[in-house]
Design a binder for this molecule. Structure first.
Ligand code: HPA
Length: 282
């Protein structure tokens, strides 16, 4: 065991490299609640339990399986996280973001981060897909808090283009070509595990956010820290608290995610194909 973050990242990557053979990935996928089945659709896929991977945090929440998948899709060599851990489980933001570091250490040039989120725009029906343009971090911990290791990235990373503008353009183009409706907006990360209060939802709307969730920001932070590029996609599974007056439930979240799964998977297929075709992964 080592306390050194750089060593832990590379120990996990070395363990995985010994297991994956020729399947060296160039794109990482972090699959949110109800969206994890995409990993099982990868060609020539193999799965490794998080529990086997040195230093990998294991998820315990229902609906978040803990497997790392390797396989290809549309010519992209993918490493896909089926399930992730969250701050509300008691992990630090650095621990939550650790797997994303391993994906990048393995070779991912682009990390596609997906999540289920509550919609802050009253007009957006559940099932809306949103491309993340930017984020607001309301988590009570930061993935880079603590000493910085310059081998991993800079002390003060720029976040002006945290969600790579050229890749956002690419996603918009492929969604339009595939006739998949796609909104674009700002994701706000809240600590959870409670859903927001209606007063918090009004606050988040005033702050300029369009979707609220409990993940994504730590992974996108380390993706930028390590010099890789991020794409963020939210599946709006419900209107945020207070908008309809009806109580929110985890069942509603997973049911909506399951309902839009095929559309979401079609979008991911198109994005991967376009990333390869445009040389974004080399
Ligand atoms: N709030 C926070 N996280 C969520 C929500 C929500 O309304 N829906 C799905 N994840």
């Amino acid at each position: 065991m080592t306390d050194d973050l750089h060593d832990r990242v590379h120990a996990a990557a070395a363990f995985l490299r010994a297991r994956i053979g020729v399947r060296v990935p160039n794109v990482g996928l972090i699959l949110g609640s109800g969206l994890g089945s995409y990993a099982e659709r990868l060609d020539h896929a193999i799965a490794i339990d998080y529990a086997e991977i040195p230093h990998f945090p294991a998820s315990k929440v229902h609906g978040h399986a803990g497997k790392l998948w390797f396989g290809s899709k549309g010519g992209a060599h993918c490493v896909a996280m089926q399930g992730r851990v969250h701050l509300y489980e008691g992990h630090s933001a650095a621990t939550v973001a650790f797997p994303a570091r391993v994906l990048i250490a393995l070779g991912a040039k682009v990390v596609i981060v997906t999540n289920a989120a509550g919609g802050l725009v009253p007009e957006w029906p559940p099932g809306t897909l949103m491309l993340i343009r930017d984020h607001i971090d309301m988590l009570r911990d930061h993935a880079l808090r603590g000493p910085n290791d310059d081998r991993l990235g800079p002390r003060f990373p720029d976040m002006t283009r945290a969600y790579a503008p050229r890749l956002r353009e690419l996603v918009r183009e492929v969604a339009m070509a595939a006739e998949i409706p796609l909104e674009e907006g700002v994701y706000v990360a809240m600590p959870g595990p409670t859903y927001e209060t209606p007063a918090e939802v009004r606050m988040l709307q005033q702050l300029g956010a369009h979707a609220t969730g409990m993940s994504t920001v730590p992974e996108v932070v380390v993706t930028n820290h390590m010099g890789a590029r991020a794409i963020g996609l939210s599946c709006i599974t419900n209107k945020a608290a207070g908008i309809t007056g009806e109580p929110l439930s985890h069942e509603e979240v997973t049911e909506t995610a399951a309902r839009v799964r095929t559309t979401f998977e079609r979008l991911l297929d198109q994005v991967l194909t376009a990333l390869v075709a445009r040389g974004e992964l080399s």
